[in-house]
Ligand binder design. Structure first.
Ligand code: PLP
Length: 456
């Protein structure tokens, strides 16, 4: 008879859970697959009781902070009351309330939400809305999407086609008709321009690409207002204002992907508020529920939706079984209530200023080339040569060792050549001080131990 072996939970995870995007060597040799057991505020605790500061809010997700009993209770109550109805023809009370709430807080006239379960699905939905709306407006040949180099829009096939780091060798050919243009970058500008001039040139490049592709073939332009994946470069609002004008001029829809930026991460509820621009479609997820339930949405305004009102027998050709899930909607509603009642967006903006001041001190390190960001979306870039801004590959040994050291010292974040600092909006000054001290110590150690990796 087979014997039941009561394995330690870490062994169970290593044998039976497939980690996302983690090289197997990290699981097998580097003890890189940690099992967490609990969390509160900005602190997470693993199964062995070790505490870590959450320097990246999970994955830019847990804006309201960990351990929110009010959200857990809202989830439990809704699950007891009504856990699911079909998303095809029906909806539920919390989903209706959430749609209404989003219409109140989202920029401009964005007021109708197509709900889904996460960021990639939100982007898939946005792409399909853009294509179908163009076709229904009488432009069936407008199917192309222009995305930006460095950007990340998710890992399902359509979303991955827009993601700059898509892996052709495994997954190509990708969705037809996607092209990538330069993105704002004031540290290493593609056009060797300084400041806003570089952002403006990047915007002009979008127009050039539309003209080059043929405006009659382009459905949409997509970008994150401030892209984490591209390295947290904050563009001038002028960049987005120009994109708005360019898209309008050429009949192209503008999609703002606020999956990371939304819900207070950048110091305002949505980053597009700072840009002074309302996109045609906005994608949201992550901070919508602060991660207490999986949920996302593609949200449009009346100018986009009117096509479905004028052709009322044509539905959106899209269906997600869990779209608008009532338990997720209940979590989102409670999360938004907390953000408002505790003024967490304003608090995040204040803590962002403090975090930035502290991170600036790290510029003294020979390997810290740049410090940038806005709100609680901050990052440092480590470089081989500060003067020449020589980049490290994102998985360079220097970056790996730096990341390992920070984790050992009790700080969880994403450490490639860009080291992210994006704690929950409830983070305290003391926690920020501890995060920066850990980063400082880890940088000092790695710079000493791996001095030969640094040039100059
Ligand atoms: N869009 C952006 C800007 C993202 O950063 C991400 C994930 O990090 C996604 C889309 C995909 O979201 P998800 O991982 O929830 O599918």
């Amino acid at each position: 008879m087979a014997q039941t072996v009561d394995k330690h939970v870490v062994e169970k995870a290593k044998e039976h859970v497939w980690p996302h995007q983690l090289p197997w060597v990290d699981v097998a040799e580097n003890n890189g697959f940690t099992v967490f057991a609990s969390a509160k505020g900005s602190t997470i605790v693993d199964v062995d009781g070790k505490e870590y500061l959450d320097g990246i809010s999970g994955l830019w997700v847990v804006n309201a902070g960990h351990g929110r009993e009010e959200i857990a209770e809202a989830i439990g109550e809704q699950a007891k009351k009504l856990a699911y109805v079909s998303s095809v023809q029906y909806t539920t009370e919390p989903t209706a309330h959430l749609g209404h709430k989003l219409a109140e807080i989202m920029p401009g006239d964005l007021s109708r939400a197509y709900f889904c379960s996460g960021g990639s699905e939100a982007v898939e939905t946005a792409i399909k809305i853009a294509k179908q709306v163009q076709a229904m407006r009488g432009f069936p040949k407008r199917y192309k999407i222009i995305a930006r180099r460095g950007s990340y829009h998710g890992m399902t096939h359509g979303a991955m086609s827009l993601t700059a780091s898509r892996e052709e060798k495994f997954f190509g050919p990708f969705m037809y008709g996607v092209s990538h243009v330069p993105a704002p970058n004031r540290y290493r500008n593609d056009f060797e321009l300084e400041g806003e001039a570089g952002d403006i040139m990047a915007a002009k490049f979008v127009e050039q690409e539309i003209i080059n592709q043929g405006p009659e073939t382009v459905a949409a332009v997509i970008g994150e207002p401030i892209s984490s994946a591209a390295g947290v470069h904050v563009p001038s609002p002028k960049y987005w204002q120009m994109l708005r004008e360019i898209c309008d001029r050429h009949g192209v829809l503008l999609i703002a992907d606020e999956v990371i930026n939304g819900f207070g991460r950048t110091g305002t509820m949505f980053a597009m508020e700072q840009m002074g621009v309302t996109p045609d479609i906005m994608t949201i997820a992550k901070g919508l529920t602060s991660g207490y339930q999986p949920m996302g949405a593609a949200v449009v305004g009346p100018k986009v939706f009117e096509v479905f009102e004028s052709q009322p027998d044509v539905p959106m050709g899209h269906l997600l079984t869990f779209g608008g899930h009532p338990v997720a909607a209940a979590a989102a509603l409670k999360n938004l209530e907390i953000l408002e009642e505790e003024n967490l967006v304003e608090r995040g903006a204040e803590m962002g200023v403090y975090l930035r001041e502290r991170l600036e001190e790290l510029r003294n390190h020979p390997s810290v080339g740049d410090v940038r960001g806005v709100g609680l979306l901050q990052a440092i870039e480590v470089v081989k040569n500060k003067e020449k801004k020589t980049p490290f590959a994102k998985n360079d040994k220097f970056c790996k060792v730096l990341g390992q050291k920070m984790t050992e010292k009790g700080l969880i974040t994403r450490t490639w050549n860009i080291v992210h600092f994006a704690p929950p909006l409830v983070v305290t000054k003391d926690e920020i001080d501890r995060m920066v001290t850990i980063a400082d110590e880890a940088l000092t150690e790695v710079e000493k131990e791996m001095a030969s990796e640094l040039e100059g």
